[in-house]
Write a protein that binds this ligand. Structure first.
Ligand code: NAP
Length: 247
């Protein structure tokens, strides 16, 4: 699965799953544009790490929750890289609490960062992809978007929304040779899941047939497949990368 000469944009890649995705795509030869919001130092270090792998790489500080920033960052990327072949909508946050206590702000923050951002980035990226008559858009959703989860109504709604967005984009843009798929990770060990109590983590792992949490690379390998021509007849699908937790 060679991505030599392709340019991929991964949102939220200063750490966690996004970082793993960017690293894996760079290993396959892709030039990497990535975004982050607050981790300036981590992003700079990662940018240098990617460049040392022999690909073109640049990090952009861009808040996924701000609709107008999507067009701005895609314009900058097109100036810097000259093309955009793969978009990975990965940036995401949680603000977990029971519905009874959930504020409008907690709802809006999660929906804006996770779902509205995927809409905004897709709208911005589809223009160069339509011109090129080719593109692969990959949305990182969650198994929770399929099953729902107590204490995560905002997060689960945002992730379920991404699956609907994925199918609609696949239907609208398929005739332009632009594919759109979603990946639903289960329990992946990153800073996002580090905040969970040990008992909660143990409970999650108990329900996973493969009896372990996933690694960012497990998700990244699936992204590589969906970004590459090896998946050229796959669109509108959601692939669960969850150790068998959700079937
Ligand atoms: P993470 O470790 O918390 O990393 C989140 C990344 O997103 C960071 O690079 C962060 O940048 C960036 N980000 C956050 N808010 C942003 C914003 N407003 N604008 C731009 N970038 C922003 O999370 P993760 O575990 O890697 O999760 C990545 C994605 O996978 C998310 O969409 C998440 O919902 C999904 N997912 C994760 C799991 C899991 O078990 N970990 C399971 C299912 C789905 P800064 O460093 O600058 O803050």
């Amino acid at each position: 699965m060679n991505l030599q000469g392709k340019t991929a944009l991964v949102t939220g890649a200063s750490r966690g799953i996004g970082k793993g995705i960017a690293h894996t795509l760079a290993k396959a030869g892709a030039n990497i544009a990535f975004t982050y919001v607050s981790s300036v130092e981590k992003a700079m270090t990662f940018e240098a790490e990617l460049q040392a792998m022999g690909v073109k790489a640049k990090g952009y500080q861009s808040n996924a929750a701000e609709f107008a920033e999507a067009d701005k960052v895609v314009d900058e990327i097109l100036k810097d890289f000259g093309a955009l072949d793969v978009l990975v909508n990965n940036a995401g946050i949680t603000k977990d609490t029971l519905l009874m206590r959930m504020s409008e702000q907690q709802w809006d923050d999660v929906l804006d960062t996770n779902l509205k951002s995927a809409f905004a980035m897709t709208k911005a990226a589809m223009k160069p992809m339509m011109k090129a008559k080719s593109g692969s858009i990959i949305n990182i959703t969650s198994v929770v978007g399929i099953t729902g989860n107590a204490g995560q109504a905002n997060y689960a709604a945002s992730k379920a929304g991404m699956i609907g967005l994925t199918k609609s984009v696949a239907k609208e843009l398929g005739s332009r040779n632009i594919r759109c798929n979603a990946i639903a990770p289960g329990f992946i060990e990153t800073e996002m899941t580090d905040t969970l109590a040990e008992e909660v983590k143990a409970e999650w792992i108990k329900g996973i047939p493969l009896k372990r949490g996933g690694k960012p690379e497990d998700v990244a390998n699936c992204v590589l497949f969906l970004a590459s021509d090896a998946s050229s007849y796959i669109s509108g699908q959601t692939i669960n990368v969850c150790g068998g937790m959700v079937m």
